[in-house]
Design a protein around this ligand. Structure first.
Ligand code: C2E
Ligand code: MG
Ligand code: MG
Ligand code: MG
Length: 289
């Protein structure tokens, strides 16, 4: 009957919901263990000068080596880590890991490679996140402050709290660099760009994926590039997958790019072998020391 059918559907629905709640609970449990056991790993993707075809820096992208489920991408755990506050420990781990890696590359390969790290607004806003502490960690590793670039998204700059503003100011003054990630997907408010000492704009990969000569996304990219350059900001295009996208962006004056056309994000060993040993794409000369 309709009634029993309805009830069955209702039962099915609640059990699916319980299933989700259970999955969520076990994910949270596993994440707690992952933090204690440091099951995370940074992968590295080169950012390339589009006209000179040289690596100018790398972006660190986190992965979770789950003991039974294998490698888990950030899309599957960052938002839960943000909701539960665990992102603060994870983000601190990633920051220190990137610093250690930059220091190691300096001593092992004589390369000063800037590493970009993604920082969640939740972590950045948290009071325990103290930029002075970052500088201390870097100086203990004998790393100049420009070894690390922080990638933030526009959402951090909305309704900005005094504490966030002070942090942004402090590290701008200390010479750390700032990238605005996923540009064009949020409420892109232009005054932010001049107020917060932004060094790089990253054009979101959704625009790059739709690029074609003279289409709307191409016009948008050209306008973003022209505006950024007027403000002294360099532009990085994300998600470049084809040679035709690279050519269109280079022709539009885009400075740098990142994407599968050049390289996927690689684990440390693979990154070192391919780019520091074989030099599949050479590093910009200023990075040799
Ligand atoms: P994002 O910072 O915008 O990073 C770019 C994403 O695009 C990466 O995905 C990268 O692997 C992917 N990508 C690179 N080239 C291409 C391409 O040519 N085509 C396509 N389709 N994708 C490309 P990933 O590594 O899965 O990271 C996803 C997002 O997770 C990142 O987006 C970032 O928002 C977040 N994330 C990654 N690592 C961290 C971290 O350490 N902390 C925090 N808070 N967030 C992180
Ligand atoms: Mg990023
Ligand atoms: Mg992005
Ligand atoms: Mg700056």
């Amino acid at each position: 009957s309709a009634k029993s059918h309805g009830r069955n559907r209702f039962n099915y629905f609640t059990s699916a919901m319980q299933d989700n709640a259970q999955k969520r609970m076990s994910l949270i449990q596993d994440l707690k263990v992952a933090i204690i056991q440091q099951q995370f790993e940074l992968y590295y993707q080169p950012i390339v000068d589009l006209s000179r075809q040289q690596i100018i820096k790398v972006e660190a992208l986190i992965r979770w080596n789950h003991p039974t489920m294998g490698l888990i991408p950030p899309a599957d755990f960052i938002s839960i880590a943000e909701e539960t506050g665990m992102i603060i420990d994870i983000g601190n781990w990633a920051f220190y890991q990137a610093c250690e890696q930059a220091a190691k590359w300096k001593t092992q390969f004589n390369h000063h490679i800037q590493i970009s790290i993604n920082m969640s607004p939740v972590q950045f806003k948290d009071e325990s996140t103290d930029v002075e502490n970052w500088f201390k960690q870097m100086s203990l590793l004998a790393l100049p402050t420009n070894s690390i670039c922080i990638e933030i998204t526009e959402s951090l700059l909305h309704d900005i709290e005094p504490n966030v503003e002070a942090k942004l100011q402090a590290y701008g003054n200390a010479g750390m660099q700032l990238s605005l990630d996923d540009f064009g997907t949020g409420y892109s408010s232009l005054p932010y760009l001049t107020k917060y000492n932004v060094d790089y704009l990253k054009i979101d990969k959704s625009f790059v994926g739709r690029l074609a000569a003279k289409n709307n996304d191409m016009c948008l990219c050209e306008a973003i590039i022209a505006m950024a350059h007027k403000l002294g900001i360099k532009v990085i295009a994300e998600g470049i997958e084809t040679e035709s996208q690279r050519r269109l962006l280079a022709f539009a004056g885009c400075d740098y790019g990142q994407g599968y056309l050049f390289s996927h994000a690689l684990c440390r060993d693979d990154f070192e072998q391919k780019y520091l040993v074989e030099k599949a794409i050479p590093l910009q000369a200023s990075q040799q020391i």
